[in-house]
Design a protein. Structure first.
Length: 462
């Protein structure tokens, strides 16, 4: 396991500086920190680089003085500036772990290098660590290996371990490189599995392949179009998250559905996750009054996608959107009332919403409205033949307006005339309203048809 070695460097023996400094070293070894500190301060102020490093150490460790990282850094810098390798290594650590200075990996690398070229084993190891992890430098396993080797040659155990780790990385990189080449060759020949594998490698940026979402999408799409279920799931995810393509929920749903339709568990899970994510996002927009989001939320509740099916909520959100003029919501609301889907069947409401949507040119609503009228006409025709005055009146209305049947004032008059026998004033008024649109000849024909229909006991009157 690669780890940073945080070992501060302390030199307590020097031939370059004698006298008072050595007295300070003697006091330090006896743990007479007060005396040592006094001597090191005096020597440091004279410019003794070794004493400066030692003074920085004492501030860093809080030996004989209150711990003070900033003061430690100040003395390390003075010593390092004179070329003291151990102070340079210590200063690198301070920048690395943010003690007494703002963390700066580039500065850490600079000081590690100055110490490492002078043979400081821990600086060599730490410099290898920086290259190994790409901290303050471009990730470079070769350079990491170079510094680890120098440290390992001096018996550094962790450097030796990390050299082994780098060797495994290189072996793995080679495996991935070979895997990439093999899959690319097969993918270019149209192999769907290889195309999906190649897409996955570009998506993850595995060793030997630079991460490239656009390339990942390209290969996923080629495989998905051949029916590869994993590629369909992967492509759905790319559209869902907007990776390598413009985020597109419709496309994401399409590919997730294709994967789920093949019965693979992962495809179903991804589709469910997609609906759940979409539901949360859309509900927030719907609650802010966005009509399209209200419509979509209605659809999700209606179909139970990303949320438990709830027709009451579906109706609620369809109505919110429909009230703002959303044509799809109007059409769907009409359908719910038409079929009694989760609501009490109500043809009047169905007609109302279908009409609003149809008026905006919605083909589905126009078709459903026509079918509803046709069904209503047939139901009323059957009941009218059994002498039901309400059904006879309804047929009069439908012939008058041309709803579910070709407009025919003569037939409208006939049915209103028959229904008026019940004594209902409104039916008489409706008959007279239609009569105002007719010629005397048409009225006479309508009265004749009414007599004949009544004589046949309302059978075969159309």
């Amino acid at each position: 396991m690669k780890k940073l070695l945080i070992v501060l460097m302390l030199m307590i023996v020097s031939t370059a500086w004698a006298g008072d400094y050595e007295d300070g070293v003697t006091a330090y070894k006896k743990k007479d920190y007060a005396t040592a500190l006094k001597i090191f301060i005096a020597e440091s102020e004279k410019g003794n680089a070794v004493a400066q490093n030692h003074l920085g150490w004492m501030y860093n460790k809080g030996e004989g003085v209150a711990r003070n990282f900033a003061e430690a850094v100040r003395w390390y810098k003075l010593s390092a500036a004179q070329g003291n390798a151990k102070a340079q290594a210590n200063l690198g650590i301070m920048y690395h772990i943010e003690h007494g200075v703002v963390q700066n990996y580039s500065e850490a690398v600079r000081w590690y290098k100055l110490a490492a070229v002078q043979g400081i084993v821990d600086a060599q190891y730490n410099l290898g660590f920086m290259y190994h992890n790409g901290l303050g430098v471009v990730l470079d396993y070769a350079e990491a290996g170079r510094w680890y080797k120098l440290a390992a040659a001096q018996g550094h155990a962790d450097a030796q371990k990390n050299l082994g780790a780098l060797k495994k990385i290189e072996e793995t990189r080679q495996v991935y490189t070979n895997k990439f080449r093999s899959n690319k060759l097969d993918a270019e020949q149209g192999d769907a599995i290889a195309q999906n594998n190649l897409g996955a490698m570009y998506n993850k940026g595995e060793e030997g392949v630079v991460q490239n979402y656009s390339e990942a999408v390209r290969w996923f799409k080629l495989a998905a179009e051949q029916g590869d279920v994993k590629a369909q799931s992967n492509l759905g995810r790319m559209y869902h998250k907007g990776l390598g393509v413009v985020q597109d929920s419709t496309e994401a749903e399409r590919w997730y559905k294709l994967a789920a339709a093949q019965g693979v568990g992962s495809g179903k899970i991804l589709l469910h996750s997609f609906y759940t994510d979409e539901f949360r996002r859309i509900r927030l927009d719907a609650e802010q009054g966005d009509a399209r989001s209200q419509f979509i939320l209605g659809v999700l509740y209606n179909k139970g996608q990303g949320v438990k099916r709830d027709y009451v909520q579906a109706e609620r959100w369809y109505k919110s959107a429909a009230a703002q003029g959303n044509v799809s919501a109007q059409s769907n609301l009409g359908f719910m009332y038409d079929k009694g889907e989760g609501v009490v069947q109500n043809y009047a409401e169905a007609v109302r919403w279908y009409k609003l949507a149809a008026a905006q040119g919605d083909a589905s609503a126009q078709s459903n409205l026509e079918q509803l009228y046709t069904n209503e006409f047939n139901r009323n025709k059957l009941a009218a033949g059994q002498g039901n005055a309400d059904a006879q009146s309804n047929l009069g209305l439908m012939y008058n307006k041309g709803q579910g049947v070709r407009q025919d004032y003569t037939r409208a008059h006939m049915w209103f005339n028959l229904a008026a026998v019940s004594g209902d004033k409104r039916r008489v008024e409706n008959r007279d309203i239609v009569a105002a649109k007719m010629t005397p000849q048409q009225i006479a024909e309508a009265q004749k048809l009414a007599r004949e229909c009544q004589a046949r006991n309302f059978k075969n009157c159309d």
